[in-house]
Write a protein that binds this ligand. Structure first.
Ligand SMILES: C[S@@+](CC[C@H](N)C(=O)[O-])C[C@H]1O[C@@H](n2cnc3c(N)ncnc32)[C@H](O)[C@@H]1O
Length: 213
């Protein structure tokens, strides 16, 4: 990736210049965990609130079993908790981020040190009504193929709700991965909100998908 400046916040800009290597990404977030909430709040990060609200429109039952994939410090879980959801699990690559999520009290269970690309190994019997992943399909973090892994963790007919930073969508094969999942009958696209608020550096897209029943 180029060294072009993407964000005006130093840490957020550095996050967008990660190289997708799980060890580097983990180290970066372990170091950032302490200041993450303050930095993202200063950047008017709205992904968690938008993602949680969107989920509640498609899955209003508050006892639904949800998985927050790449939960970070728990911002998505807190939004879901405020909406009344009480059965939210989460995982993250970074142990330090996951510890913050545990401390938020919004989750039933949080596991740190899990690479999304290998998450199916840790959730062998997963049968979640919905998987959310907000702020993770972003440059230098996970490849679009991680969608295929997340799909395995959802129940038949379960939902997948993810955000993509606009520049991630523009620079990766995300659309191709979705198209292939739809064409092969594994996924249905229920809604995409394009160019919606994300943070004060740019927009994002929000995708609501349903796993084949
Ligand atoms: C920008 S933060 C978003 C966190 C949270 N979802 C939120 O909206 O605040 C990105 C998160 O993705 C996690 N992450 C990055 N690559 C990952 C991977 N391969 N597997 C699991 N988590 C990953 C990072 O550790 C970090 O916590």
């Amino acid at each position: 990736m180029s060294d072009e400046k993407i964000s005006n916040n130093k840490a957020i800009d550095a996050a967008l210049h990660l190289n997708g290597n799980p060890q580097n990404v983990k180290q970066f977030y372990d170091d950032w965990a302490k200041h993450y909430n303050l930095d993202t709040s200063s950047s008017e990060y709205s992904g968690p609130a938008i993602g949680a609200k969107l989920l509640s429109e498609y899955l209003p039952a508050k006892d639904s079993r949800l998985l927050d994939a790449g939960c970070g410090t728990g911002l998505v879980g807190i939004e879901l908790h405020n909406l009344g959801y009480r059965h939210v699990d989460g995982f993250d690559l970074s142990d330090a981020m996951a510890e913050k999520a545990v401390a938020s009290g919004a989750y039933r269970q949080v596991i740190g040190g899990i690479d999304m690309m290998r998450a199916a190994e840790n959730y062998a019997d997963a049968n979640y009504a919905a998987i959310l992943s907000i702020g993770v399909f972003t440059l230098g973090h996970v490849a679009p193929e991680a969608l295929i892994v997340l799909l395995q963790l959802a129940s038949p007919g379960g939902l997948l709700l993810v955000s993509t930073r606009t520049h991630y969508y523009d620079q990766t094969n995300f659309q191709l991965v979705i198209d292939e999942l739809i064409e092969s009958g594994q996924l249905e696209l229920l809604k995409v909100i394009r160019d919606a608020p994300y943070n004060n550096d740019g927009d994002g897209h929000y995708w609501v998908m349903r796993k084949a029943g």
